[in-house]
Design a protein around this ligand. Structure first.
Ligand SMILES: *Cc1c(COP(=O)(O)O)cnc(C)c1O
Length: 426
């Protein structure tokens, strides 16, 4: 595949942008080679500067769940562009958005819009600390809650991909209050809570982890979290930035029937424009300024263009009750077919999948936490990534990332992907 323009652009980008990218996960550090520069998209496909076409399995890391350039979203945004970009005043769009979120996620009493998942998570913890008057939090190894100081300890996503052991620029005073527990380890969790319960403001968790590959919660783990938080006056925060509106209308909460006190959103909620949100129990959200003294603000929060893209995307999902079944069927099909091919070819693998999240780990053992996720053979992943790229299939350039499926992904696209697995030699 010819990638001359991407290569040239990257050389220039490296002179002006750290690492040539505006977010580390876009770099090809783990897989080698140079990042591909995209210029346009259509449905399930993205096209690069050299006019190569790829089946898209990252979908902007989640937001493009409907596929790219969905007609209803495009029309809505085009109409809003002509009305106004931004006021810095309240708008009816924000009211509509809050009401739609509440109708899809029943335990949200109040919600505040922000501009990213990072902002949503750091603000949710601030609310939990303000509400409880306590300061420690528990987060899980390999989980990613954005790049705010307090979360950059044993984080997944780019931190894991780049194998950064000691994050720079963060005073230990800030992360001392962040306690780390392995995911899916009930004994370690219970012990940590028993030891620090009087100081714990919150436990924050990706209910289905998606930043160390896709790692499902084991039976009873989310229920245990719920119980420990209720029993000990600890705020349970579900980080549904990735899973919200993706796994079901009500996200992982609905799927597992475990309901958090505060929930954070991002990615799908903006339909491809920069949006995040945090919300939940009324008594907790009432701490947020100007109602309460937990300060949180944003010049572009609830931006009209971003709200329009988000509203159009969420409405589409809300109005198509079969969408999530269809997405799950795609996930199951890919998992089963790839498993069949790799097994026949004698390639050691584990495939984790839930709904439209799926990850391939080149190791024998089950992947249930960060330690097991780290056992994947990276040389095999590297080869696999480039083999698929050469076949016009774009995967996340890291074995620590989930793939995201869109509604636009067709059987033909999946069969092409499976054929590429067939022609792969480890
Ligand atoms: C992507 C992600 C974030 C951070 O969101 P940004 O919009 O990149 O700041 C937080 N939590 C989870 C679970 C995510 O997947």
């Amino acid at each position: 595949m010819k990638n001359d323009i991407s290569r040239t652009l990257f050389e220039v980008a490296e002179q002006h942008i750290p690492g040539g990218v505006n977010s580390p996960v876009r770099a090809f550090k783990q897989v080698g080679g140079t990042p591909i520069f995209m210029k346009r998209a259509d449905g399930a496909y993205i096209f690069d500067e050299d006019d190569n076409q790829y089946i898209d399995y990252i979908n902007s890391w989640g937001p493009m769940i409907l596929g790219h350039n969905h007609a209803h979203v495009v029309e809505a945004v085009q109409a809003q562009v002509k009305r106004a970009f931004s006021f810095g005043t309240p708008t009816a769009l924000e009211v509509a958005m809050a009401k739609l979120i509440k109708s899809m996620v029943p335990n949200i009493d109040m919600v505040r819009m922000v501009n990213s998942g990072t902002e949503a998570c750091m603000s949710a913890v601030r609310v939990a600390r303000g509400f409880t008057g306590k300061s420690k939090i528990i987060k899980f190894e390999g989980h990613y809650h954005g790049h705010a100081d307090l979360f950059l300890k044993k984080a997944g996503s780019g931190v894991a991909t780049l194998n950064i052991k000691q994050e720079g620029g963060i005073p230990t005073a800030v992360t001392d209050d962040t306690l780390i527990v392995p995911f899916n380890d009930p004994a370690a969790l219970e012990q940590m809570v028993a030891q620090y319960k009087n100081e714990l403001a919150a436990i924050i968790v990706e209910p289905v982890a998606g930043n160390m590959g896709c790692v499902l919660p084991q039976d009873g783990f989310l229920q245990l979290l719920r119980k420990l938080c209720t029993d000990n006056n600890i705020v349970l925060i579900f980080d549904e930035v990735m899973t919200g509106f993706r796994l079901s209308r009500g996200g992982a909460q609905e799927l597992y029937n475990v309901w958090a006190d505060l929930v954070t959103f991002g990615k799908v909620i903006g339909g491809g424009l920069p949006v995040g949100a945090f919300g939940g129990r009324k008594d907790m959200m009432s701490c947020v300024a100007p109602l309460g003294n937990v300060y949180q603000a944003g010049t572009l929060s609830g931006n009209p263009l971003a709200m329009t893209a988000g509203l159009a995307t969420l409405s589409e999902l809300n109005n198509s009750p079969k969408a999530y079944e269809a997405l799950n069927a795609k996930g199951v099909y890919l998992r089963e077919k790839m498993h069949e091919v790799f097994t026949r070819k004698g390639i050691a693998h584990t495939i984790n999948q839930l709904g439209s999240m799926i990850s391939v780990h080149f190791c024998e053992d089950a992947v249930v936490d960060f330690q097991t996720a780290s056992k994947g053979n990276n040389d095999t992943f590297k080869k696999f990534f480039h083999h698929l790229l050469d076949n016009g299939i774009y995967l996340p350039p890291s074995a620590f990332e989930s793939w995201f499926l869109s509604i636009a992904l067709s059987d033909g696209d999946m069969n092409k992907t499976i054929a590429a697995c067939e022609s792969f030699t480890a």
